[in-house]
Ligand binder design. Structure first.
Ligand code: HEC
Ligand code: HEC
Length: 434
């Protein structure tokens, strides 16, 4: 167990127990502040927390069980794992653009389920990001936060969302979740972890449940093992094939793929292995996906950062259409891509980057006058929000930034980012040092 997870678990436990934490230099400042806030609000002894402090190992085991437990959903059929499948990099297990959930287990979501791996370093959302790696006077713009639009500030805040979301696990409120937990197959394990009386205190039970999910999602062996072929290559324990090596070069080349300008591929200055994202929120002009039921309404637009799912930045029209750059680790295990699940083939995704502007008729529908309706998933007038840097920006009919052979090379490289190369399950020793 790494230090951050331990410190996090310690801080969460302290918050959960509503006791001032023992002064510990390893608890991060933010976690300590959160703990203090929780302590300050805590009523006295008449609202006791759980009787027992589970260990990190117990919490991880409990969180793992909760993650796959369908009885916690209103339909009784869906768990976190139905949309975030452990065998698929904790991403969707099928080609559906959006997964089905909700009280009836059949309500379509509005976005593709993201992978839950390599989220441990997602920074909190900010409109003005200053990277501590390079020149910190450069404002990289909106960055970070959980979900495609960065609206959730932490995995902790995020976890309550799916349990209650009408499109996901469909519970009415916290009490409904706790009632299902109490009546379900995990009740005994939950009592063993938090004490026999835990269900007498539904608030504490809900906090315990969220904590278990959060601690599980911090488990390095499951969520950030760094065991791909590319990691082995960075450790000089594997050699890329000529095609993979060409793909890597194209991925990094500013005048070709330029992918690494957003999907970071190099070891960071502190020795941290790359996450294949800089967490920036960017508008790529991804085509509208007619397979999403919400899109039957021509007036509906999922505009990411400017709404409708987040409400705080609606006035910022220049942010409309921006979504958080996902990590590309384990991307080859996905069968749907982009926030709206509009693509189902990895080579097509790379081709879209290469040909969005040189062959727009391949990606966008025609207008009544026969012209191409570029950027058809944005309301009229917001076209200038779309990113135009390489590999984008060529003129219609011009040379694409990548040829067909080069697209195949980039895809071959992307396949080296899948964890479990050579049967290695986890090597967290090299997490921060090459
Ligand atoms: C019905 C499908 C579904 C279920 C069930 C579901 N999720 Fe998700 N999850 C999604 C979708 C879709 C998103 C993206 C939401 C968005 O961007 O608005 C998401 C986003 C997330 C994120 C943020 C990821 C990121 O990249 O920022 C986390 C963390 C997460 N889910 C955890 C969970 C947990 C834990 C559970 C179970 C308690 C769960 N999910 C259940 C579909 C689901
Ligand atoms: C300007 C920043 C930027 C550049 C350059 C860039 N990407 Fe992306 N990438 C993004 C963003 C943002 C998304 C999500 C967009 C969305 O869903 O609306 C994304 C999504 C993806 C996805 C889908 C992943 C998933 O989980 O759905 C793949 C695959 C991908 N990029 C590969 C590449 C490749 C290959 C290149 C180079 C040819 C590249 N990207 C260049 C920002 C960038």
């Amino acid at each position: 167990m790494n230090r951050i997870s331990l410190a996090l678990a310690a801080a969460l436990l302290a918050a959960c127990h509503r006791q001032p934490p023992a002064a510990s230099p390893s608890v991060p400042a933010a976690a300590t502040a959160a703990t203090h806030a929780a302590t300050a609000n805590a009523p006295a002894a008449y609202a006791p927390g759980p009787q027992r402090q589970p260990s990190v190992a117990e919490l991880t085991a409990l969180g793992r069980a909760v993650f796959s437990e369908p009885s916690l959903s209103a339909s009784g059929r869906g768990s976190c794992a139905s949309c975030h499948s452990p065998e698929h990099g904790y991403g969707p297990p099928n080609r559906l653009a959006a997964q089905l959930g909700g009280a009836d287990g059949a309500t379509q979501g509005t976005r593709a389920a993201p992978s839950l791996k390599y989220l441990q370093t997602v920074p909190p959302f900010t409109e003005h990001y200053h990277d501590d790696d390079g020149d910190d006077s450069v404002d990289a713009g909106p960055t970070g936060g959980y979900d495609w639009d960065g609206r959730a500030q932490s995995a902790h805040e995020q976890a309550r969302g799916p349990l209650l979301s009408p499109r996901e696990m469909g519970n009415r409120d916290d009490a409904a979740v706790v009632a299902r937990l109490r009546a379900g197959p995990l009740a005994a394990q939950f009592r063993r972890a938090f004490g026999e009386a835990i269900f007498d205190h539904p608030d504490a039970a809900m906090r315990g449940l969220l904590m278990a999910l959060e601690v599980f999602q911090q488990s390095p062996a499951d969520f950030y093992p760094y065991t791909s072929k590319y990691d082995a290559y960075l450790r000089k324990q594997a050699v890329l094939t000529p095609q993979e090596a060409r793909g890597l070069a194209l991925f990094n080349d500013e005048h070709k793929g330029n992918c690494a300008s957003c999907h970071i591929s190099k070891i960071g200055s502190g020795g941290a292995f790359p996450q294949f994202t800089d967490y920036g929120l960017i508008n790529l002009g991804v085509p509208r996906n007619g397979k999403l039921a919400v899109n039957a309404d021509p007036a509906y637009f999922d505009l990411g950062l400017c709404g409708p799912d987040r409400a705080d930045l609606r006035a910022h029209r220049e942010y409309c259409g921006r979504f958080r750059t996902p990590s590309l680790r384990n991307v080859a295990l996905r069968q749907v891509y982009f926030h709206n699940g509009g693509f189902d083939d990895l080579a097509q995704v790379v081709r879209f980057y290469a040909q969005r502007d040189t062959a727009p008729q391949k990606w966008y529908p025609r207008n009544a006058d026969g012209g191409v309706h570029k950027f058809d998933d944005l309301p009229a007038g917001l076209e200038a929000n779309v990113n135009m840097e390489a590999p984008f920006g060529g003129r219609a009919g011009g040379q694409p930034a990548l040829s067909e052979r080069e697209i195949a090379d980039v895809v071959a490289f992307l396949r080296t980012l899948t964890d479990g190369y050579g049967g290695v399950k986890s090597d967290i020793r090299t997490r921060t040092r090459p």
